[in-house]
Design a protein around this ligand. Structure first.
Ligand SMILES: [Zn+2]
Length: 102
């Protein structure tokens, strides 16, 4: 098998095919139909069936806690975000609600 390494893309990657080449390097989480979207960018996760795990997974996704400012008590909620979105925010250990989409 030969790899198509001559097709080096230089800067003009189409968004839909982003990360196609090294998707397996990205973290994944178990697909959760109640949390289909990244709370940072609002885009739906890329779901696929993982043969090894025998489960549907979200690609390029991770779980993180978000601090709920408007809650009376210090409360956190567990949300799903894109790994790349989280990285873009500087990879904080916990999100604050102003980093989320309204
Ligand atoms: Zn995102």
């Amino acid at each position: 098998m030969t790899r198509n390494s001559s097709e080096m893309v230089s800067g003009n990657v189409s968004n839909s095919n982003l990360q196609e080449g090294n998707a397996s390097d990205l973290p994944k989480v178990l697909a959760d139909e109640n949390r289909p979207k990244c709370v940072i960018c609002g885009n739906v996760f890329d779901m696929y069936y993982d043969d090894e795990d025998g489960e549907f997974m979200y690609r390029n996704a991770m779980e993180i806690d978000v601090e709920l400012d408007d809650a009376a008590v210090d409360e956190t909620e567990n949300v799903l975000v894109h790994f790349t979105c989280h990285k873009r925010l500087g990879a904080p250990a916990i999100l604050s609600s102003d980093q989320l989409l309204p």
